[in-house]
Design a protein. Sequence first.
Length: 95
Amino acid sequence: MSIYKVDTESIIALSRLLHVGANAVDQTMRQSAAPALRKIVFQRGADVFATAQRLADALRRMNTLKNDLNIMGDALKVVAAVSYTHLTLPTNREV
């Protein structure tokens, strides 16, 4: 008997949750960007540039987070799809 036990259902569930998290980040980006952009329109001078820069930085970080969550979710799908047959074959000692 192998010492390895893979719970593929849990891996797939975690993968789905990561993708849900990525979608939530994407939705938050859309919801928070619009009010911030409207606020920029009413500001003047150097405040506009500073606010726009902060917003752009925040959106970049959120986009990176979203991409990272999607990549991790996809990676977990690959892990769950790997065949573990070779881990369950008996060893010479068990035969």
